[in-house]
Design a protein around this ligand. Structure first.
Ligand code: PEP
Ligand code: MG
Length: 316
């Protein structure tokens, strides 16, 4: 029965009453594209460009090498959306030429956008490579920065994009609680938000995502995390802009319904999860998703939130 349901699952992501929620793929480079296309991804919601940089931690890849890699991903989704994240180095992804060696807390140090603003040449080359890669292609290119903390960060990134002559939408990832709390101010500088729920959970709960002993606090069903997500989605709605999720949270079919109910406008995940999320979302109306989201937020633990959302959706 599960197989039949999945086989029947194709086409754009939507609730049973037709509220559209584009289902996008997380990719690390051209090698991940065939699986994304096969799963029926409506585009790419998170292109993690750091994989291209991990080949050689001594220096950045040449502009030519970057153009080649970006173009292969962009070409795969004609008329689709491709959201490229600029380099997210540091913490769990250190790069010798960007990451300070002597930080006591690398996750709280110079990582993500912070390292790029310290090395504007690296950011400029990447943005120029993206502009050239997209030239002549009918794709909707969106470019976003990881680890945006405040409006100044968002402005610095948008300025760099404009200076590089990039014709794309510029966005900010919401991975730091300060960004969720002040999402409306960040949206004065950028055109969309994308929630990185892995890091958002890490920073909201002061729980290192690489430390198994604190994994309970990394559970994306934590009501406090749902509050931060709701806050970001509401801010985007008030500004008439979009707010997607590209962290692991989006790949849990039940949680995907709750995220939709919280007002999230697109879901990006590993390609393998797309058919399951599509099939589950198609079973419920937007109003049911909203009730499930409200029930989950009314709970005091991740376990209770999961049970409460399930109860609402199964009509108990
Ligand atoms: C996240 O933090 O949720 C995210 C999508 O980025 P990454 O997992 O690459 O840090
Ligand atoms: Mg992240």
């Amino acid at each position: 029965e599960r197989k039949a349901a999945l086989a029947a699952s194709s086409g754009p992501g939507a609730t049973s009453d037709g509220h559209k929620v584009p289902l996008l793929a997380n990719v690390g480079g051209p090698a991940d594209v065939p699986a994304a296309v096969e799963a029926g991804a409506e585009g790419v919601g998170l292109f993690r460009t750091e994989f291209l940089f991990l080949d050689d931690s001594k220096k950045a890849p040449s502009e030519e090498k970057q153009i080649e890699s970006y173009r292969k991903v962009l070409e795969a989704f004609p008329e689709g959306r491709v959201v490229v994240r600029v380099l997210d180095a540091g913490a769990d992804k250190p790069l010798d030429f960007l990451t300070p060696a002597d930080e006591p807390n690398p996750a709280l140090g110079v990582r993500g956008l912070r390292s790029l603003l310290d090395h504007p040449d690296v950011l400029r080359t990447q943005l120029t490579a993206l502009a050239k890669a997209a030239e002549g292609l009918p794709v909707y290119l969106e470019v976003m920065a990881p680890m945006v903390a405040d409006r100044a960060d968002a402005k610095a990134f948008a300025d760099a994009c404009r200076e590089a002559g990039l014709r794309a939408k510029f966005g900010a990832m919401v991975e730091i609680p300060s960004a969720a709390l002040r999402a409306r101010s960040i949206l004065q500088e950028v055109e969309f938000l994308s929630l990185g729920t892995n890091d958002l959970a890490q920073y909201a709960f002061a729980a290192d995502r690489q430390v198994g002993a604190v994994s309970r606090l990394q559970d994306p069903w934590q009501p406090a995390l749902l509050d931060l997500i709701a806050m970001s989605a509401e801010a985007a709605k008030a500004e008439g802009k979009s707010c997607g999720v590209c962290g692991e949270a989006a790949s849990d079919p039940l949680l995907a319904c709750v995220l939709t109910g919280l007002g999230v406008t697109s879901l990006s995940m590993g390609a393998a999860s797309i058919p399951y999320v599509r099939a589950t979302l198609a079973k419920y109306t937007l109003a049911q998703c909203e009730r499930a989201a409200a029930a989950a937020r009314a709970c005091d633990s991740a376990e209770e939130a999961r049970v409460a959302a399930q109860a609402v959706l199964s009509g108990e």
